[in-house]
Design a protein around this ligand. Structure first.
Ligand SMILES: Cc1ncc(COP(=O)(O)O)c(C=O)c1O
Length: 389
């Protein structure tokens, strides 16, 4: 009996959950492996969800999101970026991850090529692969001024079969941020060649150069071939809530409703109410989180930046560092042994695409005392062990 599609049956669990799941609930572990901090979503947002439940908001709602939420997202983006986005371009089908999944399915068929800027979060590669497309990557390079990749280098990696390009800026795991001239060149290329650009901007408020990272929202026309993905997980510390949104071409609104019905039939209604509150009242909270992460970034630089065995390319955005631990032969073994000996969880580099097996990803969003402890233990572990791994 064939119970699972052959290509899906061959897929492996990604290297982050592969390391983390066996010790997920172990309080002795300092978890620097996932993309989240350890501060609970603030009370005013939780209260809004509770109120929505108590008010009886337990029914199906519009598959593209509550109208008031879509209006609030429009107002938030228009204020933040000083633009005038049409609300009809916005849909809220579920998590940001689901937004990416739907966009990938809209763009890609069996045998197409998809191009992903790498190092990349492993879920992206799996999501693209599930569509039946071939996934190609183009890798950022480390330079003295950070991770770099130009639009031209991305375009050089396009094939005649490329139907979608994925850009995550600020980037998980490197912290690379695509700047405006490159955004303009890449969007223009996608426009001219009818390629769907998926721009993942979930770390838009974690940019260490300004209040928000440069966004495609600022340059994309209403019918450009681009889906700009964002969500509540990172900027508002709402990872468990599973709500994200897209800004997509206006004429594709019905497609987003249809695809939303296929996958989840919309986001959970009482969480959508809490998201409206987050947008309307959450600006101080967003800034406080960013300040904490900026201090975490500095702590990481102070503790790892001058280590003789570590090459640390500074992240311009997001809340990860992706250092190279010189000489290690297996990032998976490194992460397993670090966890076993020091009770610190990091993500192994190999899972972020090719040529990354000497790297690890460290999330610096944890509260300062635990982050400090975790980084000190990493330094101790490298001192004792790294040549043997
Ligand atoms: C680059 C990137 N995109 C998307 C997501 C998914 O976010 P969400 O929790 O909203 O699904 C993550 C989560 O870690 C991420 O790192």
């Amino acid at each position: 009996m064939r119970a699972v599609r052959p290509d899906i049956s061959l897929m492996e669990q990604n290297g982050i959950t592969g390391i983390a799941l066996p010790r997920l609930d172990d309080p002795s572990v300092i978890p620097l492996w996932f993309g989240e901090g350890d501060r609970v979503t603030p009370a005013f947002i939780r209260e809004a969800a509770k109120k929505a439940l108590d008010d009886g908001q337990t029914f199906y709602v519009h598959t593209r999101g509550l109208p008031e939420l879509r209006t609030s997202i429009r107002d938030y983006l228009n204020n933040l970026y000083d633009v005038a986005i049409d609300e009809e371009r916005i849909s809220v089908p579920g998590s940001s991850m689901l937004c990416i999944t739907i966009a990938a399915h809209m763009a890609l068929s069996q045998g197409d090529d998809a191009l992903v800027v790498s190092p990349h979060w492993p879920n992206i590669e799996t999501t693209y692969a599930v569509t039946g497309a071939n996934v190609n990557t183009v890798r950022q390079r480390e330079t003295k001024t950070g991770w770099q990749l130009s639009a031209e280098q991305i375009i050089d990696a396009v094939t005649p079969e490329t139907k979608s390009i994925f850009v995550n800026s600020p980037c998980n795991p490197t912290g690379w941020v695509m700047q405006r001239p490159d955004q303009e060149r890449l969007l223009g290329y996608c426009r001219d060649n009818d390629i769907l650009l998926i721009a993942d901007e979930v770390y838009h408020r974690h940019y260490y150069g300004a209040d928000a990272a440069p966004s495609f929202v600022q340059i994309a026309g209403g019918e450009d071939p681009i889906v700009i993905v964002n969500g509540f997980s990172k900027a508002w510390a709402m990872t468990g809530w599973r709500v994200g949104w897209v800004v997509a071409p206006k004429s594709q609104g019905t497609h987003w409703a249809i695809m939303s019905e296929c996958f989840n039939t919309g986001s959970t209604v009482f969480t959508q109410q809490a998201c409206i509150t987050a947008l309307k009242e959450g600006e101080d909270h967003v800034r406080q989180l960013k300040d904490q992460y900026q201090a975490g970034r500095q702590m990481l630089i102070d503790k790892l930046g001058n280590h003789p065995a570590i090459d640390l390319c500074l992240p311009d955005g997001a809340f990860y560092a992706f250092p190279r631990i010189r000489g290690i032969k297996s990032s998976r073994r490194f992460a397993e042994m670090l966890l076993e000996k020091e009770d610190v969880g990091v993500a192994p580099g190999y899972t972020f695409g090719e040529s990354n097996d000497e790297y690890i990803r460290i999330c610096f969003a944890l509260s300062p005392d635990r982050l400090a402890k975790g980084l000190d233990r990493i330094v101790r572990f490298i001192g004792d062990n790294h040549n043997d791994i």
